[in-house]
Design a protein around this ligand. Structure first.
Ligand code: PMP
Length: 363
């Protein structure tokens, strides 16, 4: 195809041996009806008012979006009780995490995160020449904050906390995070990735406003991909100290938040839409409880998930379980020889998950 070979291209050595990000598996196209519950997506399509706002924005896509995303940052600032200058946007919160790495991590600098946690973390860190310090989660899938604090060295520039943790499910309490922060030097940034915050029991959810006020080195990461159902539009943001938010805007891809994405995000913030989304969150929470209770009854011991997903710590049987489910109509996400994650989705899919989990135990 090409006249010249590409072997001589000098790729950065750090990319060798680094996997590319692999998304949740799509459903196979073999005639079997399957529910794809491998990517923690919303089972609901966008709220009509949001869809309409996105469609209306399409008439102006011959223009670049508002690069500063002024209106959206103002609205998000108001939501979080901060200045618009403290909001940094990009194409999904995974991109914002990448921006954090770009802004903070040089060759050989370290980033501490739990493992298993979000697949993208070690890839983002490694691809920028950073060193990913992956601290194993506990047997019940929780962050081992003691070990994570102990893993901080002079080279640490960033700590990534994921709460609720994807894929295991448990969350961090305000006290746990405060105690942890007390042990982190002020020059080390601690990002709290809350992609699944809205699915958390509201009574015990992390008190981020207070934490953020007390600690200038804390960054909150949020997305519109999960409860808001805008995964396909790609928009997420950070709430950060103005100095760090400015650094994020320096390193991020220009015009990363497209005009349909900005329109969708703005519409999602309308009170009536927020109310509808909260109903959806409540429904997901009740389905999660129903699924976890049914599985416990079957004898499964799963981590206590606060996300829109549950995790089967199946170890070496993970791939086999995912195949077992696939043949019976559910596309799940297997994580090597650690476990399998299933998204809480439409009721039929949740029912099928309960059925398949029972069949697996009885096989
Ligand atoms: N953080 C976590 C913990 C996630 O699980 C995901 C999505 N799987 C993201 C961030 C990325 O979300 P976004 O679509 O906003 O990039």
């Amino acid at each position: 195809m090409f006249d010249q070979p590409a072997e001589n291209i000098r790729l950065r050595p750090t990319l060798e041996g680094l996997p590319a990000y692999v998304a949740g598996k799509p459903a196979a196209d073999d005639g079997i009806l399957r529910y794809k519950i491998s990517s923690n997506e919303s089972p609901f399509p966008p709220v009509p008012a949001v869809r309409d706002a996105v469609i209306a924005s399409l008439g102006a896509t011959h223009r670049y979006p508002d690069a500063a995303a002024g209106e959206l940052r103002e609205r998000l600032g108001a939501k979080h009780g901060v200045e618009p200058a403290q909001i940094a946007l990009s194409t999904g919160s995974v991109a914002v995490s990448g921006d954090l790495v770009r802004a903070l991590v040089g060759e050989g600098d370290e980033v501490v995160h739990a493992w298993r946690s979000f697949e993208a973390y070690p890839i983002l860190v490694g691809s920028h020449g950073g060193v990913s310090v992956a601290v194993p989660v506990t047997a019940t899938g929780e962050h081992d904050l003691e070990a994570m604090a102990a893993a901080i060295t002079d080279r640490t520039r960033l700590v990534l906390l994921c709460t609720p943790n994807n894929p295991t499910g448990p969350s961090l309490s305000t006290d746990q995070v405060e105690e942890f922060l007390a042990r982190v030097p002020e020059h080390v940034v601690v990002a709290i990735d809350e992609a699944y915050r809205e699915f958390h029991d509201p009574a015990t959810v992390l008190g981020t406003a207070g934490i953020f006020r007390r600690h200038g080195n804390v960054v909150l990461l949020r997305t519109f991909s999960k409860l808001q159902g805008l995964a396909g539009l790609r928009i997420g943001y950070a709430v950060a100290h103005p100095r760090l938010a400015r650094a994020l805007s320096q390193v991020t891809v220009p015009f990363g938040a497209s005009s349909p994405a900005q329109a969708g995000a703005l519409a999602s913030l309308q009170p009536a839409v927020q109310e509808e989304l909260e109903h959806r969150a409540e429904w997901i929470r009740s389905e999660r409880s129903r699924v976890l209770a049914a599985l416990a009854e079957q004898g499964w011991q799963l981590p206590a998930s606060q996300g829109n997903f549950v995790y089967f710590p199946l170890g070496g049987q993970s791939a086999e379980f995912a195949e077992f489910a696939d043949a019976r109509g559910l596309v799940l996400r297997a994580y090597g020889t650690d476990g399998v994650r299933a998204t809480i989705a439409e009721q039929e899919a949740n029912d099928l998950l309960i059925e398949i989990a029972a069949a697996w135990r009885e096989r």
